[in-house]
Design a protein around this ligand. Sequence first.
Ligand code: BG6
Length: 496
Amino acid sequence: SSTAPVQLVLFGAAGDLAHRKLIPALYDLYREGHLPDHVQIIGADRKEMDDEGFREFACGAADTLGRFYPKTADAESWGSFAKRLAYVQGDVTDGETFDRLAEKLDAFAPKGSKPERVFYLSVAPFLVEPIGAGLANARLLRDAKRSRIVVEKPFGWDLASARDLDKMLLKTADESQIYRIDHYLGKETVQNILAFRFANALFEPVWDRRYIDHVQITVAETVGVEHRGGYYEQAGALRDMVQNHLLQLLCLVAMEPPVSFNADEVRNKKVEVLRAVRPITPEAVSDVAVRGQYGAGYVEGTAVPTYRTEPNVDPHSTTETYAALKLEVDNWRWHGVPFYLRTGKRMPRRVSEISIQFRPVPHRAFPAGADEAWRPNRLVLRIQPDEGIVLKFQAKRPGPNMLLHPVAMRFEYDEAYGEASPDAYETLLLDAIKGDATLFMRADQVEAAWKLVQPVLDAWGGTIPPEFPNYTSGTWGPAAAERLLAQDGRSWIEPL
Ligand code: BG6
């Protein structure tokens, strides 16, 4: 680990994400020796707590939710970590909070040092603006090389608000200081898409319209809205998952090979994909987009309630908990290859995968009946759980007759590496601390993604779906999603 001291300020330190992900990730990084020697973590939130109270809160999170759980109490490493924690209580809409924060940062910093500062905004979107302004007024962003802001998704609420937010932030900071996070980009399996595509000679030559029939991207969750009704009611699946996580996956699958792994080079190649996606016209929304909301049902054997009776959800809610899109990438490589994206809560299984389906062979030479169980070649990038890559192809079934049968070649992370991958947040926090923006989103990417989904947001915002709830919890979504593919003579592939 390096010696430059770092102060990481966590806004929303008493919140859900900090508790579930950020604090455990920081502690795990610390235990593994990845954090700089002189690192300090300063929590900031409205909740009344002192430094000691924050340490207790953090200890509880780190102990039960970290990667090494269950673990035996490790008093020594916790003790040395806890010394690096401090807390500032305050309202971020009040400028005085930032003066106190600045004082605390100076007082807490190792004597005579000039630490780098990372301000992590794990807060509701409407608080990003006051925090940006507060930091700027307290002169905490002045040094562009030594101070960075990390902003959680959703970045803005639609195209217009994302643009406003960018304008505001760019008044107080340089683009190079702004780290827009999408935690999917920190997942090992997601990063591996680039390794798979660009570190191997075998796949890239067939990675285009000549060989690929279509691509399916599925991000299915078994959880419902949980205790996040207040946020989710305003967001819905399109804003919560598609605009960010699913479109980022699309970019990684569809991008052109980068010249280098320079942050801007990779991000340029990704944004080009979003720019090439055929814009969805208002008239086309109903042909290419499907929404759903879950009704009561059983998920993994447990009875679960209908969305509209979840806590903090309107009993007449029109919020979608499922979204599917058909996108066309209008460029040389992908012309005519549809990308089908879907995500939903309360699906039968938690599974995220990208399935690349290849074209059939041009001529089937086998005797009639040989290929009854014939399936096209398929490459599945399994993002979670059971991380891995599977290639499905045809083989001859042993026996006197020529009978073809689909089989699989598998690469499994578990088997290959035998150790748990770091959590996405560990990777991204470390990158933010080191100042590497490659895995973060640039303003133009975020805006391009909003631009793409905006017509769907507009259409869905303006009409009330009479049929909600329209899928039973524990199923793969509404019937209309099947029709979306059926109209192209295809169907959703049951995830592995
Ligand atoms: C978050 C969404 O960004 O991603 C949540 O806000 C969702 O609604 C979560 O549950 C899924 O993340 P993961 O890493 O569990 O796939």
